[in-house]
Ligand binder design. Structure first.
Ligand code: A2P
Length: 334
């Protein structure tokens, strides 16, 4: 496989390069690109130095696949060049996710949709993927009626600059005992704070991120009527998104059965024993491939509903691993 990575120096790009040698992919040629400021820099991969190349037309010539994790704007231009040179682009941005001819894929759920595409395959938003996996697991036994989800999203979802902003603001407080007045990435301090506002607000007063959770989940599950209401919150955590999810069914659920169904699903591990302090936290989930579920319980306000807590590494299953798994499916189906 001849593979190119766009955004190789970014938060997701680095994790992708970390996971690649441990995957089933046989990469015969690897090309890396990033923004102009990184051209010529070296990145170590499998004990070899790779030089960051310019993101020009030449980069795409002869490639089989491209993984893009930079920005929607970068992906838009990259897709044109990638298609021109007959490469398949796996895209981490939101640019193409809702296009009808672009499969939006979580391999555990809908890998069959990879059979038909126009040269671009999208991976979902990092909060959508764990939600969709959980709903896919439980819908095998229970009809989904309504979902309410609240997210607790790590700053690495915004990229390297956001991680630096969290650390700088926290250090400022530890050094000076005062709140830093420097902020570039978010509209409020993220150090010692949280921000109930992820991505731009829309006319219905939800944010773009919150509506992505609805539209993307519907597309992945092929369930256009599914009802989801999301509130997305950025929290002062470096890595791993957490979500508190309430799912309503059309009949009373058996919580032990649901725990079993979830634990048997590929890529999900249940860690659930609150009396012994057992539940996943972001620090626990960091670096792990599975998504982790705890705090599973009946909803005392609605006999047909359950509550649960999920932690997922936003850079791994939320991005790089999901893309690698898609490439593995492509290699298998040819
Ligand atoms: P660079 O490191 O040179 O700025 P993050 O999500 O962590 O902010 O990273 C974004 C990634 O996208 C970085 O690798 C960044 O490179 C890369 N990038 C930004 N603009 C471009 C571009 N025009 N072409 C390719 N990669 C880009």
């Amino acid at each position: 496989m001849k593979l190119g990575i766009i955004g190789a120096t970014g938060a997701v790009g680095k994790v992708f390069l970390d996971l690649l040698p441990k995957s089933k992919l046989n990469v015969s040629e690897l090309r890396l690109t990033a923004s102009e400021r990184s051209i010529g820099k070296k990145i170590k991969y499998n004990n070899t130095d790779y030089i960051i190349q310019e993101n020009s037309e030449d980069f795409y010539v002869g490639l089989d696949y491209v993984f893009s994790s930079a920005s929607a704007e970068v992906s838009k231009k990259a897709a044109e060049k990638s298609k021109k040179h007959n490469a398949i682009m796996i895209d981490d941005s939101s640019e193409f996710r809702m296009n009808e001819d672009v499969p939006l894929v979580v391999p555990e759920i809908n890998s069959e949709s990879l059979k038909s595409h126009n040269g671009v395959v999208a991976i979902p938003n990092c909060t959508t993927t764990p939600l969709a996996m959980i709903l896919d697991a439980v819908r095998s036994e229970y009809n989904l009626k309504r979902v309410i989800v609240d997210t607790y999203q790590a700053v690495s979802g915004t990229g390297n600059l956001a991680i630096k902003e969290l650390l700088d603001q926290t250090k400022h407080y530890l050094d000076n005992g005062t709140i830093s007045d420097k902020k570039n990435v978010y509209s409020h301090n993220i150090g010692l704070n949280l921000i109930p506002h992820v991505e731009s607000p829309l006319d219905n007063l939800y944010t773009k991120e919150e509506m992505k959770m609805l539209y993307e989940t519907r597309k992945i599950l092929s369930d256009p009527e599914l009802k989801i209401s999301a509130t997305c919150v950025r929290v002062p955590v470096i890595r791993c998104h957490s979500e508190s999810i309430n799912i309503e069914f059309d009949k009373p659920p058996n919580i032990n059965q649901i725990s079993k169904i979830l634990n048997q699903y590929n890529g999900i591990t249940v860690l659930d024993d609150i009396k012994n302090d057992l539940y996943p936290t972001p620090l626990f989930g960091e670096g792990k491939h599975d998504i982790f579920i705890g705090r599973l319980r009946n909803d005392i306000s609605n006999e047909n509903a359950i509550n649960l807590w999920v932690v997922s590494d936003n850079l791994i299953k939320g991005a790089a691993l999901n893309a690698i798994q898609i490439l593995e499916v492509f290699e298998k189906i040819g």
